[in-house]
Design a protein around this ligand. Structure first.
Ligand SMILES: Cc1ncc(COP(=O)(O)O)c(C=O)c1O
Length: 391
């Protein structure tokens, strides 16, 4: 199998006119996986009743089985959700917390999650504390000391990203989960960027709650993510939407509850009203696609390209790097000395056809590059030429 960037580029649906350096935002799906997705959609529309009443449950089981091997956990400890926002919202809906308690997080979290925590803390009167992490990151020890300096006896939960969104850094989550356990604090890990990006072994990590997106680095079609809940936290857990698998505990609903699995957790979550779940069913193919293309080597090639690109851009800007090289995976956020952030983004897209997120970072403009298997050295050269012209 030819796993070169050029060969992989032809396997993705991306517009070849665009230099696409933004896999991190929504991912992109390879053609063979997308074809499987469309096949499920055709099956659904050809036999809507049979598909929704029978096939869906079998296919969900197959996909959960496949994903559970991939992330190493019991297949009945995870459910499919549309996106990590939904997963984190569900966890927030279920946390047990008193008004003086605290949730410890950081200033590096994703905007939607930040909003949900802020609202919930406001409503229930607990504190959502965002540790101020100073950039540039010096080293793991400094980071961990900074983070834990915001903890107190009132800290009941830690909520933190394993790979940060805007800043694209891999945080030392195994160390945080281990320390939280020592302190009796429960952990909710936002691993939106993790599956197929860095190794994930849920049994070994042992968080209380974990979410990951499958449409990002695993390259499923959009709307595919999962929520893992540790067995002992599944007791009495409630979905935000109560539907046909829910209500066994209620006399009124008992006889009509549809039990498709021996697990209450699975039953109450897997049917949330009529929906096209075809993207969930592509998980086995997405895993297979990456296995067939020796994704370990594709990934390390991509990581090397990220590090090299950041070095080259740094030579032009002379601005500090926000973290050491070993905090990077397939993304890097890089400072750029230009004042008008909005005009810079527009110029990159309109004049150079470069797609990547551009943001304001403290007093600087910054952008995040993502390198996926389909990105070529020519993509990076094109970006660097553009930056040289614009600086
Ligand atoms: C760290 C992190 N958490 C959560 C999300 C949530 O994604 P969504 O808006 O699809 O729910 C993202 C999306 O990029 C993310 O980067």
């Amino acid at each position: 199998m030819d796993n070169s960037s050029d060969a992989l580029k032809s396997k993705f649906l991306l517009d070849p006119e665009i230099t696409f350096l933004n896999h991190g935002s929504y991912g992109s799906c390879p053609k063979p996986v997308f074809e499987v997705y469309q096949k499920y959609q055709t099956d659904l529309e050809s036999h809507p009743i049979k598909f929704m009443q029978e096939d869906v449950y079998k296919l969900l089981e197959i996909s959960r089985e496949s994903l559970s091997h991939y992330v190493n956990c019991d297949k009945d400890d995870l459910i499919f959700v549309t996106n990590p926002t939904q997963a984190v919202g569900t966890v927030i809906h279920n946390i047990l917390i008193n008004s003086n308690d605290e949730v410890l997080s950081t200033n590096l979290e994703y905007g939607s999650c930040d909003r949900m925590w802020t609202y919930d803390a406001d409503q229930k009167g607990y504190k959502y504390i965002q540790a101020e992490i100073n950039l540039p990151i010096e080293d793991k020890e400094t980071f961990l000391n900074q983070f834990w300096s915001y903890a107190s006896d009132q800290t009941k939960y830690v909520f933190i990203s394993q790979i940060t969104s805007t800043t694209g850094m891999i945080l030392p989550i195994p160390e945080i989960v281990a320390e939280a356990k020592k302190r009796g604090i429960k952990t909710i890990i936002d691993g939106a960027h993790v599956p197929a990006h860095i190794p994930l072994d849920i049994k070994e990590l042992d968080p209380d709650y974990y979410t990951g997106a499958l449409h990002k680095w695993l390259c499923c079609p959009k709307g595919s993510s999962f929520l893992y809940v540790k067995k002992e936290k599944q007791d009495g857990i409630q979905p935000m939407l109560k539907s046909w698998g829910w209500g066994e505990e209620y006399e009124k609903f008992k006889s009509s509850v549809q039990l498709h699995s021996p697990s209450r957790f699975i039953n109450v979550f897997q049917w949330q009203g009529t929906n096209d779940m075809s993207t969930f069913f592509t998980v086995p193919e997405a895993i297979q696609f990456q296995e067939e293309h020796d994704w370990d080597s594709v990934r390390s090639r991509s990581i090397n390209m990220v590090i090299e690109a950041r070095n080259r851009i740094n030579e032009i800007t002379k601005l500090p790097k926000i973290c050491p090289d070993n905090w990077l995976g397939q993304m890097a956020t890089i400072l750029f000395p230009i004042d008008d952030t909005v005009a810079f983004k527009k110029t990159l897209y309109n004049d150079y056809q470069i797609e990547m997120p551009v943001m304001r970072h403290i007093e600087h403009t910054a952008f995040r590059i993502s390198i996926q298997g389909y990105n070529t050295q020519a993509d990076i050269d094109h970006l660097i030429n553009a930056l040289e012209e614009l600086i």
